[in-house]
Write a protein that binds this ligand. Structure first.
Ligand SMILES: N[C@@H](CCC(=O)N[C@@H](CS)C(=O)NCC(=O)O)C(=O)O
Length: 206
């Protein structure tokens, strides 16, 4: 059985677990990282020299980087819209997945650390406001894209929805004044209805 090393409250682990659940792939998740530790041992660093989670173990194959793991799972185990068949869809999925990592993840990480991991009296309002402004701009780009689509690549969910969809739970659940982005909200509500999403992503943000 495939093993995923990583604690359940990591957004990067959630991507992978949500993806595996959508594909119907049986996964054993092992609590590693954060308070559980275990990601700074020699044994772990042989698998991932970065000491970060998630790590996938599929037989004798080891893979780190959550987006790479999502792609591997979909390519290897996916069917229907989860397995991309057109070169253009592969390109577009890569575009949105990379955009999430390089553009959206940084301000969303600032919001998470400031609003969830930092005591109220220690929070940096300027950092928070800058992160809200930047992520609003980016979610706005996705909002326009979703005006004409149910999911990021079209009518059906795909790997392209996984990174942004995982982050969308935090965007809609953390405590701050959110702008109204109706298409992002409608898309997110479609994700919320999916058992695989609610089981693996919609857990307390800690
Ligand atoms: N780009 C990497 C980032 C991995 C990463 O930074 N993971 C965090 C958790 S979200 C981590 O390992 N933190 C240390 C820990 O949990 O102990 C990925 O997407 O997999």
């Amino acid at each position: 059985m495939i093993k995923i090393l990583g604690r359940a409250n990591s957004v990067n682990v959630q991507k992978v677990m949500w993806c595996a659940a959508e594909l119907g792939v049986d996964v054993e998740r092992i609590d590693i990282g954060g308070a559980f530790g275990g990601n700074d041992t020699d044994e772990f660093r042989v698998m991932n020299p970065n000491g970060s989670i998630p790590v996938l173990i599929d037989g004798d194959f080891v893979l780190w980087e959550s987006n790479a793991i999502v792609r591997y799972l979909c390519d290897h185990y996916g069917s229907k819209s989860w397995k991309l068949r057109s070169v253009r869809d592969v390109g577009l999925a890569g575009q949105w997945m990379d955009w999430y990592l390089t553009s959206m993840h940084p301000p969303m990480t600032t919001l998470f650390w400031q609003l969830i991991r930092t005591e109220a009296r220690m929070r940096d309002k300027e950092q928070i406001n800058l992160a809200i402004a930047r992520s609003t701009e980016l979610w706005g780009v996705l909002d326009q894209h979703l005006a004409a689509r149910n999911f990021i690549l079209g009518d059906e969910p795909s790997m392209a929805d996984i990174p942004l969809g995982s982050s969308a739970y935090r965007w809609h659940s953390m405590n701050f004044d959110r702008p109204d982005l109706p298409n992002v909200k409608t898309w997110w509500n479609r994700l919320v209805e999916r058992q695989a999403y609610s089981d693996n992503v919609m857990i307390p943000i800690t």
